[in-house]
Design a protein around this ligand. Structure first.
Ligand code: GLA
Length: 560
């Protein structure tokens, strides 16, 4: 209490060298990371039960995956056979989900959640947005199960999941699709039911949307119904489940399938500030892929910043697969706190590709040299194509070998084997972007948007857009995929969601976490897609919450 009094006295009577309300240095606001964990579907299909979950939970810990950051144990389809009691509560089979210790009741999903939590992990569950789920319309193993969806019971079911203690819920779309429902409408209702369950229980439920890219979820899923973090599938299943000793045990994962899901998952303008494209559960370590293909698969997911949900049976991981899954440098690329997805910056001939994304450390960029052709090929990355000052040297690290290579000037070239990829970290000096000040007279302000004094802003002013205003920056024409850095202020206590529309295209929701009460500036980075505009591009920000204002934006240099 005494300390508080003296600090406030100081603030009211600053000495000659103290600026009143002087804000701290602008800071990067980390995006909440994509989820990491294991899911039952790829290796167990709808044979899932308590025993399998217990064994996989133990294996996730003993294999070292937990220590590497994998934290979710996700129970997919097959856990519920579609039965409800007279009050419409979901009923589960007590043999499939028995008591796991004295005092527990068989047929209570809280038992398995308790076990997963006792291992220091988080638990995920699954349902369908429609009336009946995939196990009715196209069961993989076993008979069709009707009424395996949550339609008509969203509030009840999501509250039930939270009450059981689940931390994550995947919501599938087989029923929704068969009933011709609108996914943007249904998933918004699901998001509201989840928010309600979170409010009632105080328990967080991470939202995983699974409608395989239908109706372009990247246009409506980020921040749907105000959620502060979520993922959405962008494609069909990477592989049909491969369950040992069953009729589907001879299926094989393919690298072609991996590449297809990667390609379909690239929507970088929607992936930022904690919202992620979901390329599907991984097939690393499943039958069909070589070690090199497992590495390339992991590299692609890391460049995408994708959710890393392992589909392999964790009890039978080989040492090389295990090492691939826990490689700390690769996981750091995936989980980089800018939360961005890579963009393709070069394809000098079909199938020879250079992908890149900036990392949160100044001057650091992840680069993937991808050779999709049938012959080995030299692939070059140019410093100016990834946003570095090409007049200065940069060092190169080969991520999988862990080797720090020497310093190179302006470009680095490597021969990449056929059907393979090389993951690099390039560290140099970022080219300096030109800032566009929010309060510049060239910008367009609408409705309640107003310039206001800002101690910590370079121009001394920011522009408040919060409360239905809008601010349109006029910037150099954006003719290629570009990263944009945003310096903003949110003095409130909770994140706000704003909208950005580029040259009149569909807006995307952007999360603006609190930056602090004293003109503190936060920095986030997003990606914008090219447009046709000739003279200048228009980046329009708006926000219904009253708290958001902008200092400036800059378009990161990138010559492609
Ligand atoms: C869909 C999903 C899969 C899995 C199955 C279960 O196909 O895309 O990830 O959940 O349903 O049937």
């Amino acid at each position: 209490m005494l300390a508080l009094v003296s600090i406030s006295a100081l603030a009211q009577a600053p000495g000659p060298n103290l600026r009143p309300n002087a804000a701290s240095t602008p800071r990067q606001i980390p995006a909440s990371p994509p989820p990491m964990g294991w899911s039952s579907w790829n290796s167990f299909s709808n044979t899932i039960d308590s025993n399998i979950v217990v064994q996989q939970t133990k294996a996730l810990v003993s294999s070292g995956l937990k220590d590497a950051g994998y934290e979710y144990i996700n129970i997919d389809e097959g856990w519920w056979l579609g039965k409800r009691d007279a009050n419409s509560n979901m009923i589960v089979d007590p043999h499939q989900w028995p008591a796991l210790r004295a005092g527990e009741t068989a047929g209570d999903m809280a038992n398995i959640v308790r076990f997963i939590h006792s291992a220091g992990l988080k638990a995920g569950i699954y349902t369908d947005a429609g009336e009946s789920g995939c196990s009715f319309y196209g069961p993989d193993l076993g008979p069709p199960m009707a009424h395996t969806g949550s339609e008509g019971h969203y509030e009840q079911d999501f509250l039930q999941f939270a009450n059981w203690g689940f931390d994550y819920v995947k919501v599938d779309w087989c029923g929704g699709s068969r009933e011709n429902l609108d996914p943007a409408v249904q998933y918004a209702a699901v998001a509201r039911a989840i928010a309600r369950a979170e409010t009632i229980t105080g328990h967080r439920l991470y939202f995983s949307i699974c409608n395989w890219g239908n109706n372009s979820p990247w246009t409506w899923a980020p921040g749907i119904s105000g959620v502060t973090a979520d993922i959405w599938r962008t494609s069909g299943d990477i592989v049909a489940p491969i369950v040992a000793n069953t009729p589907n045990g001879s299926r094989r994962a393919t690298f072609a399938g991996v590449l297809t899901n990667f390609d379909q998952g690239i929507h970088p303008h929607a992936q930022h500030t904690g919202y992620y494209n979901d390329l599907d559960m991984m097939v690393v370590g499943m039958p069909g892929l070589s070690d090199a293909q497992n590495r390339a698969h992991m590299s692609l997911w890391a460049m995408s910043g994708a959710p890393l949900i392992v589909g392999a049976d964790l009890r039978t991981l080989t040492e090389s697969t295990r090492a691939i899954l826990v490689n700390p440098d690769v996981l750091a690329v995936d989980h980089d706190s800018l939360g961005l997805q890579a963009i393709k910056v070069d394809e000098p001939q079909p199938g020879i590709q250079v992908w890149t994304k900036p990392l949160s450390t100044a001057g650091a960029h992840a680069v993937l040299l991808l050779n999709r052709t049938a012959t080995p090929a030299p692939i070059s990355v140019r410093w100016n194509a990834i946003g570095l000052d090409s007049t200065l040297p940069a060092t190169v690290k080969d991520v999988w070998s862990g080797r720090e290579l020497r310093s190179y000037s302006s470009t680095y070239t490597l021969t990449v084997p056929a059907g393979d990829a090389t993951l690099l970290i390039v560290r140099g000096t970022d080219a300096i972007p030109m800032p566009y000040e929010a309060a510049a007279p060239t910008n367009q302000l609408a409705a309640a948007a107003t310039p206001q004094p800002c101690n910590s802003c370079r121009s001394g002013r920011s522009v408040k857009v919060g409360g239905e205003g809008s601010l349109t920056f006029l910037v150099q024409p954006i003719h290629q995929s570009s990263f944009v850095r945003i310096r903003y202020l949110n003095p409130g206590e909770i994140p706000v969601i704003g909208q950005l529309s580029v040259d009149g295209q569909l807006p995307t929701n952007i999360l603006f976490p609190p930056t602090g009460p004293d003109d503190d500036i936060g920095i986030i980075t997003i990606e914008v897609e090219p447009s046709q505009s000739e003279q200048s591009s228009k980046l329009s920000f708006s926000c219904a919450s009253p708290n958001l204002s902008f200092e400036s934006i800059s378009v990161l240099p990138d010559a492609h």
